[in-house]
Structures are given as structure tokens and as C-alpha cells.
Write a new protein. Structure first.
Length: 160
């Protein structure tokens, strides 16, 4: 498996189709949450699509949005076939690299499904507000400070 990070205009049509198909299959069908996935934010010039590929098959994706003062990671999803294999960690690390490359001094935020808050915590995110419902699913806002991100990235670069 490998990751790529692209703007919307740089995505080839088959990869773009794979992204939206995976998001639909998991968020709308599997999680039974009909919502307007095509919200216009995929097209914004500052949006980066992080794609995890197994050959030419999209098995994971996340998008990184430029929200001005922060970078926002969202639409994080892996195909059921690769869950539990470490693929989601690979995807999240690539999303953090994309966020940091776009705005090294900016914090990174996301809305985590509440049961996944601990997992996001392993990447330096902390809960940053009260729980809320989004499409009937409990979520918590989370934030990773730019300073914490630099310290963690430097620590992970050191050989044990």
C-alpha cells in the first residue's frame, strides 16, 4: 500500500471515483448516515485529498481543508478489508504531513467519532470541546497544536 496527496484537479478520474465511492459505501451505507457528502469543499484550492492505495484500488482516504487559522482533517475512512492492518495509522500520518506542509504553524483540528477519540489521541490530538451529535453519531472536537506536532514528529524521527 502507498499514499498520495493531491488537489482535486490533480486527481485522476478513477481515483476520484474511488474516493467518493468509499466515502459513500462507509458513511452513507455502512453507518446509515445519509448526508450531503459533495459539499463543495473537495473543490477548494487549499483542499488536499490523501489517498491510501492498494495497487490502483482506493482503500482509504482523508481530506485536509484549509480553514484559515487551522488545518482541518475530515472524511477519514478505510475500507473494511484493511481495517485492523495499520492502514488507518498510515492514512492519518499522511494527512498530518499534508496539513503540516500546507501550514506548519497552524494547529490541526478534526471532529472525531467519540469512540475514536483515544485513537486520535495517539497522534497528539486532545479533546477541545463538548461532545455533539453529527448525523446522529456522537463526536468530539479535537485539536493537535502545531507545537506538539513538531515535538512528536521530531521524536518519531529519532531511532530507538
Amino acid at each position: 500500500m502507498h499514499t498520495l496527496t493531491r488537489s482535486f484537479d490533480a486527481l485522476d478520474p478513477r481515483t476520484a471515483y474511488g474516493i467518493w465511492r468509499l466515502r459513500q459505501d462507509v458513511f452513507v451505507v455502512e453507518q446509515d448516515c445519509p448526508y450531503p457528502d459533495l459539499d463543495g469543499r473537495d473543490l477548494e484550492p487549499g483542499t488536499r485529498h490523501v489517498v491510501l492505495l492498494d495497487g490502483d484500488r482506493v482503500v482509504g482516504t482523508a481530506r485536509v481543508l484549509d480553514d484559515g487559522d487551522v488545518q482541518r482533517i475530515g472524511r477519514v475512512v478505510c475500507h473494511p478489508d484493511v481495517r485492523g492492518t495499520g492502514a488507518s495509522g498510515e492514512l492519518m500520518r499522511a494527512a498530518l504531513v499534508a496539513a503540516s506542509a500546507a501550514a506548519p504553524e497552524a494547529d490541526v483540528v478534526l471532529g472525531a467519532q467519540s469512540p475514536l477519540a483515544g485513537w486520535y489521541g495517539t497522534f497528539g490530538f486532545v479533546v477541545d470541546g463538548p461532545e455533539y451529535l453529527e448525523d446522529g453519531i456522537p463526536h468530539v472536537p479535537m485539536r493537535r497544536s502545531a507545537r506538539a506536532g513538531v515535538a512528536e514528529d521530531q521524536a518519531s524521527a529519532v531511532d530507538p
